[in-house]
Design a protein around this ligand. Sequence first.
Ligand SMILES: [Zn+2]
Length: 423
Amino acid sequence: MKAIEQDYLEKKFIEYAKLNTRSEMESTNVPSTSRQIVLLKKLIQELKSLSVKEVSYSEEDAYVVGRIPSNVAQEVAPIGFVAHVDTADFNAEKIKPQVYRNYNGEDINLGHGYTLSRKEFPSLNKVLGQTLITTSGDTLLGADDKAGITGLLGMVKYLKENPDFKHGEIWVAFGPDEEIGKGAARFNIERFPVEFAYTLDNGNPGDITYETFNAASARIKIKGTVVHPGEAYGLMVNATLIANEFINQLPSDFVPEKSKDYQGFILVLSNESNVDHAQIDLIIRSFDTEEFKAKKQLVKNLVNTLNNKYGEDRVSLEMHDQYHSPGDEIKKHPYVVNLAKHAYEKLGLPINYVPFRGGTDGDFITEKGIPTPNLFNGGANFHGRYEYVTVENMALLAKTLLTIANLHVDLDKKRDNTPLRRK
Ligand SMILES: [Zn+2]
């Protein structure tokens, strides 16, 4: 493989990073903010100028998709790559990316009184000598996920300029509203006819994520009976005390502050109560589907027990699933992860299976029938002023995607379906 052209990556990343594409949870529009469309339209132009076929935008899901035809004679299952255009809930106005060539490891004065140092952020040790791009201290950078977008464009440009580089059919997709968990949920995957795909969202070179939390939220409402305290004997039912009884029966070691790696939790978000009524909001998170079901059942059982004790419909429960880990589904298609692993090995990247303790676009896309693990975008310190990325890491991402596409041509027929292991 020839070298990836880094000037292009730097220029594109900075152009896109400067655009405010912050999404907005409260909005009901598609996409949630019209400023995201500005970047989506630019990406349509860029894909077209890179000779991508069937580039289209749909107002229904606000996704830009495009197709790169296969250049090999044999049949190869089509694969896809996905990145998102929106940025997280942090100031994104007037982003001024700062470029440090040949980063020498010294503390960087970002501006606005903030310093980026190796002491505080040891991950910087891995990018010494590279072209580092940071914020100016008052905004986020948006490497999440504009680094993913840029790396993907790097792949597309390489394929245009190197028509002899072998690959099957590839689809690219750029979507909105990942940060608010709505974009991929709306994605009409009939527009994205691939057998499997990868998101390029966060993470370090070498990371592969195919398991995330299963997530549910629950609201418990409790009705009490208010009576004058002096005459309450045998009559008063105190909703606050029932709320306490409920919370005290939740497992005390299944909480975020005692949970890491592949461990889950139940988090009581709030408990507002008086004698008359109480409302408890909680969330349930678990990597393991059986455990997830069991914890939801536990909450139901506690509600039933309290109703049996205090009388029917004192306690009501509303519970819904928010998203599901793609893990069970992807484990049925281990080739998807093993292909990425083989590409990493070929590039000499360290392979890290990382459990993602949150939701991703891949959760929704996998649930719709396209197994979609996450790779990386090469940035760090996402969602805030300390965010950074290097041009070299974006080039490495482009190289990784090219390697996946190229290896897939030969490996597709003799798929490595070795079962997936967490370590
Ligand atoms: Zn992201």
